[in-house]
Write a protein of this length. Structure first.
Length: 281
């Protein structure tokens, strides 16, 4: 009888210990997790049913209901949640003591456009002639997402050209048409690189003709408004630069362009520095 009583006491003790351990475990689990509620919407405030909300760096994942709302239980140590939806960029938010979160998801690859007025200073590189620095003006525009393209046209120069009397040369800056790629490397900064064509114009001579009369053996000088000869050629151009979006509606572009040497010795390459200011479309 004593043996039976002892066995019953031992069994009850084990049962009570197991029950106590389970209760302690449940209490521990309750104190190491928390419940976060919230919603996932688009930029217009519309709910995104089926959006995925997951614990950043954790295993917990839930799907938003028809009204975009969600409830997720996560560990207390969790610092952030991440929400995602097909076609939109995912967003990560830090958890707070309030335990409520609203995710607003935006388009992942929204197209950005811009148009700028461009000013450019250009000078000859390595020329035998003392060609002074001259100014040019033009327009530049483009569109991009993570990648894109642009077109820049510089056609207007300050003055018709410069006469170099000691060499009997005239020089005009080279109008250029360039196009290329845009690479977005930061939310407000892009890199530009491209190439195109430059048109070189150089007029030789000071516009005077010398006519010899064999009968009288005299030479007569005749002044004209045209040069003795004209050098015209299309040559390649390359450029590299950047675009900085310094506010929501305005940006600035800047960079360096180079026109390769032409056929004639007096056009040994032209280096230009451009800067533009314009609007984001």
């Amino acid at each position: 009888m004593k043996r039976i009583f002892a066995a019953v006491v031992i069994a009850l003790g084990i049962s009570m210990a197991t029950s106590a351990q389970q209760t302690s475990t449940q209490q521990t689990e309750q104190t190491t997790t928390r419940v976060i509620t919230g919603a996932v919407i688009d930029k217009n405030g519309n709910p995104l049913p089926g959006a995925i909300v997951s614990a950043t760096g954790g295993a917990e994942t839930v799907t938003a209901d028809a009204d975009g709302s969600f409830t997720i239980e996560v560990p207390l140590w969790l610092k952030s949640l991440t929400a995602s939806y097909p076609g939109l960029g995912e967003k990560r938010m830090k958890t707070t003591a309030v335990n409520q979160m609203i995710f607003t998801l935006k388009s992942r690859n929204r197209t950005h456009g811009f148009i700028n007025l461009v000013g450019q200073m250009r000078t000859a590189v390595g020329s035998d002639y003392k060609i002074p620095t001259q100014g040019e003006f033009g327009v530049m525009g483009g569109a991009y997402r993570s990648w894109g393209g642009y077109l820049k046209v510089v056609i207007r120069s300050v003055g018709a050209g410069v006469q170099l009397a000691e060499k009997k040369k005239h020089y005009s800056p080279c109008p250029t048409v360039t196009f290329g790629a845009i690479k977005r490397i930061a939310p407000s900064f892009n890199v530009l690189f491209g190439g195109g064509l430059g048109f070189h114009y150089g007029a030789n001579g000071d516009g005077t003709l010398h006519v010899y009369d064999p009968v009288t053996q005299t030479t007569t000088t005749i002044s004209t408004d045209k040069p003795e000869s004209v050098d015209e050629t299309l040559i390649g151009a390359v450029e590299v630069g950047g675009m900085w979006k310094f506010c929501k509606k305005l940006n600035t572009t800047f960079g360096v362009s180079y026109i390769f040497p032409g056929t004639y010795s007096h056009n040994s390459g032209n280096l230009g520095f451009f800067v533009g200011v314009g609007m984001n479309l």
